[in-house]
Design a protein around this ligand. Sequence first.
Ligand code: NAD
Ligand code: ZN
Length: 352
Amino acid sequence: MIKEISSFSEVKLADEAFVVYDANVAWIAEQIMGPGVVGAIAIDATEENKTMDTVLLICRSMMEAGLSRSGEVVCVGGGITSDIGGFAASIYKRGVSYVNVPTTLLAQVDAGIGGKCGVNVDGLKNMLGVIVQPRVTYICADALRTLPRREMLCGVAEMMKTFLIADSTAYEEFCRRGVSVFAQGRTEVPGPCASEVPGGPICAQGVAPLVRPCAIKRAAEIKSGIVEEDPYEKGKRAVLNLGHTFAHGIEAVAAQRGDDIAHGEAVAMGIVLAARLGDRLYGTALEPRIAGDFERIGLPVKCPYALEELVPAMCKDKKGAGEKVKFVLLEDIGKPKFEMLAPSEAVEILSR
Ligand SMILES: NC(=O)c1ccc[n+]([C@@H]2O[C@H](COP(=O)([O-])OP(=O)(O)OC[C@H]3O[C@@H](n4cnc5c(N)ncnc54)[C@H](O)[C@@H]3O)[C@@H](O)[C@H]2O)c1
Ligand SMILES: [Zn+2]
């Protein structure tokens, strides 16, 4: 369930709660702490810390706090925090419930919804995990006040992905407003910013208030609706992977080379490649339009690597370049279509 709130005081905790929070958003965790909180742990939200060791640390901390089977875990942070905290909750004493209070745009529209929780193993992403739904995901636009602009844009990429697969009207509306917001250089808005937020040296440069809460809510609802229909990704849920097969390839090459490409940035480039692949297969002309929309908003659109380099990481389970994987393409804005193709075949079509 998604609940939009205008202030963190509206977060309703269970009678017994344990808070797992990202140290960068201690200012939000403080607003949530209430009489029912038996303990809390701050985590350093990095991919390096998204491991079983951190899950174990959290579980030990919950044991020390005496959290019982009827207690509840509250995850306050971005996707790293909800991935680890949700996982800890789902195995603690064979599973207690949890709620998410996502503090990044990406987590509000994506990671904090849908119940996928997991950790990295030996540097490989999300190798261990579960799908257990949060009892509720609270969405509060105020959280984004301190979010750095780059993180904000990563969330924007996932939001646009969601609109592209499910809601052409929302997509067009977002582009129209997004264009006016990001392209006209209006990155500074009056009002409190990071320097005025306790513990918040990071500045959102005024971007946050400009992504309208109703658009965030719409994207969150779309994801939630898709997950409800197909919680274990047996079918339709896979549409949420638009751009992600290419994005995983881009992220893998970036990691090998030590390049700094964020997930949302790779997703933006991946969506553009998926649009081009659809154009080649269906005779559409979506790539120029989508690439233009993304660029105006400030998202990167051009994959910096030769497409052949992406192939190994796009192959599922390293079974070889000939194995077909499920690509999500677009027949139109709002109309996704699955296409089974070998990554090498996809790259060959793109290179024609
Ligand atoms: N479970 C899922 O369905 C799912 C979906 C997408 C991504 N993910 C996972 O989510 C992770 C990425 O999550 P993310 O992008 O939400 O962010 P994150 O948790 O990686 O946090 C990014 C950075 O922003 C900081 N931060 C968070 N909220 C802030 C705020 N309000 N103000 C200032 N700084 C803030 C964090 O401390 C961190 O430095 C990845 O590990 C990814 O694998 C999971
Ligand atoms: Zn993603």
